[in-house]
Design a protein around this ligand. Sequence first.
Ligand SMILES: [Zn+2]
Length: 62
Amino acid sequence: MMNTQMQQECETCGGTIPIPQDVVIGEILKCPDCGLEYEVKEINGGICNLEQAENVKEDWGE
Ligand SMILES: [Zn+2]
């Protein structure tokens, strides 16, 4: 069986973010190129829906 490495393109720098095979929703993935952190929102047929973790943190500001 082929060992297919999932990956996702970084929205910010266009770099390649490797997706671990045992990825779970809520996991934080980091772009190796720009260091931006993404939270996994959804996993659908090997495609991950990523959202910038920075956006989540903004909600904590008072
Ligand atoms: Zn990036």
